[in-house]
Ligand binder design. Structure first.
Ligand code: HEC
Ligand code: HEC
Length: 474
């Protein structure tokens, strides 16, 4: 008996050793980071953790076959995962190959949200306008709730190797426990494509109340990090730049010390984002004379908040504009409060970051702005033209597979009159898809408001046209 007890204790000690070690191991120091390594990491690294936000490849391949009603247009069409046209049989962008327990898993990383597709090309740094991260979690969770088994996965794919079988069992074991602890599934269709519930995601991960405010926001581009001294839509976070981007990892359920212990890869990511990561130039024709006139309108009406762009000397004022001045939906700004400040104090992040809540939004740098429709922090305005014409903003529009409108710059909108206003009907591309994959973004829902930012609204029509032409060149 004693021998067995000692043996069990030894096994337990061995199994727990890595956790104990990560709790006491000193945190590594910041490094300057390497932009070339960072570029690779942005697309292909598991960021030091294969276990959080990951799924065995065989389950990934099996689910659409097992539950076609949940995956009405496969992974790509249903949740907006993108595939690199140069590597069509590889994992989707933002899901990277990882070896876990001897078999291949797909682990999620930054590019899941921060790499988009424009004119058939992958654009790192642009938002994935089609990714419905909540539906991604929902469809996996639903399949598991329906009783997914190892045998189902094998039947839908191929006879599993022992390692694959162990991987599937381990995934199902942990997923089933996680689901059992949740009252309900994810709220299914509240978030929508191209958006993420980042701040409340952190609150849930840190055990805070996530019910006070809606925090669903449009996924931002990450092109302009060399200019930004403050992070997030409200500019509330300053301090160590690598630690700022690590916060995403907490949403996956990763323990807070985890990314700090792997900081090398985050230093590389920052070096990449602050260095070579640039938006591709506007791919269509530009009327140069009109754009020059637009430049002058921008300098007079917009620069003081949004900065200056080449060929002018680049500058960026890093302002936080009060919500009452900009007038856009207040929910996201108000959600960052003293609860987050206090929560941070409980973790090692306190030594690296500073949170200063303020009822404000940052005027973002505008380079690559054509790639980031819909506009404003909550993605409530489909085109730049609508931003400059507040009275014409639609009360609702559809997301997923949006056609691009190069004239009004943004999501194509076919206006139709509805009760109490005008909305965009599904456009020609959207109509070729199953209606169930479209998401109706209703700006009258809390947090989705499309009011405010009326700067430029009183310009003459010719000035607005010129300004729009200039914005294409940023
Ligand atoms: C699930 C989608 C998602 C993933 C994955 C993700 N982000 Fe983000 N990221 C967001 C959202 C949404 C915001 C804005 C949050 C807010 O302000 O409320 C954001 C904000 C940022 C910002 C601040 C942008 C600015 O200008 O203020 C940076 C930088 C950033 N992310 C980098 C990264 C990096 C690097 C990774 C990988 C380690 C990553 N993100 C992973 C969705 C994501
Ligand atoms: C007083 C400061 C201020 C001025 C002046 C101003 N803006 Fe803004 N702008 C903001 C703020 C703050 C936001 C973010 C608001 C939000 O997301 O809720 C913003 C957001 C935007 C966005 C959306 C960015 C995105 O990624 O969704 C665009 C585009 C924009 N402004 C263009 C302009 C143009 C063009 C002008 C000049 C006509 C202008 N702004 C003048 C403060 C300003």
């Amino acid at each position: 008996m004693r021998k067995i007890a000692i043996a069990l204790a030894a096994v337990a000690a061995l199994a727990l050793a890595p956790f104990a070690w990560s709790a006491v191991r000193p945190l590594p120091k910041a490094t300057p980071g390497d932009a070339a390594r960072g570029e690779w990491a942005f697309l292909h690294s598991d960021l030091g953790s294969k276990f959080y936000g990951s799924i065995p490849r065989v389950i990934y391949e099996a689910l659409p076959k097992i539950d076609p009603d949940l995956f009405v247009e496969g992974w790509e069409g249903t949740v907006g995962l993108l595939h690199d046209p140069r590597d069509p049989s590889g994992p989707p962008i933002g899901m990277v190959r990882a070896q876990v327990l001897g078999s291949e898993w797909y682990a999620s990383n930054c590019a899941l949200c921060h790499a988009g597709m424009f004119a058939g090309k992958v654009v790192p740094g642009a938002p994935n306008q089609d990714l419905d991260i909540q539906r991604l979690v929902y469809v996996v969770e639903q399949s598991i709730r329906r009783g997914l088994t190892v045998a189902d996965v094998a039947r839908a794919t191929h006879p599993l190797s022992p390692a694959e079988s162990v991987g599937v069992r381990a995934f199902l074991f942990f997923a089933q426990r996680k689901i059992a602890h949740k009252k309900d599934g994810w709220f299914k269709d509240e978030t929508g494509p191209g958006r993420s519930d980042a701040l409340n995601g952190w609150k849930r991960a840190l055990g805070l109340d996530d019910g006070s405010h809606k925090t669903i926001v449009d996924i931002p581009d990450v092109f302009d990090q060399r200019l930004k001294a403050k992070t997030l839509y409200d500019g509330s976070i300053t301090g160590d730049e690598a630690a700022r981007v690590m916060l995403t990892e907490l949403q996956k359920g990763r323990p807070p010390r985890g990314p700090l212990l792997e900081r090398g890869v985050f230093d590389d990511l920052v070096a990449y984002m602050k260095g070579p990561l640039r938006p591709p130039a506007w791919p269509y024709a530009v009327d140069a004379a009109l754009a020059r006139a637009g430049h002058d309108v921008f300098a007079a009406s917009c620069s003081k908040c949004h900065g200056t762009y080449p060929p002018d000397e680049p500058s960026y004022p890093n302002l936080r504009v009060p919500v009452k001045t900009v007038g856009t939906d207040p929910e996201r700004a108000r959600a960052m409060g003293e609860d987050m400040v206090a929560a941070l104090q409980r973790y090692d992040f306190r030594d690296f970051l500073r949170i200063e809540p303020l009822d404000a939004y940052m005027p973002p740098p505008l380079d690559g702005i054509y790639l980031t429709a819909p506009y404003l922090h909550n993605g409530s305005v489909p085109t730049l033209w609508h931003l400059l014409h507040p009275e014409a903003r639609p009360v609702a529009f559809y997301r997923r597979f949006n056609a691009f409108d190069p004239v009004r710059v943004g999501l194509a909108c076919e206006e139709r009159t509805v009760e109490r206003g005008v909305e965009c009907a599904p456009d020609a591309t959207q109509r070729t898809h199953d209606p169930r994959v479209l998401y109706r973004l209703d700006t009258r829902r809390i947090g989705n408001g499309n009011a405010g930012h009326t700067f430029g609204a009183t310009l003459a029509e010719a000035e607005k046209t010129a300004l729009l032409e200039y914005l294409k060149t940023l």
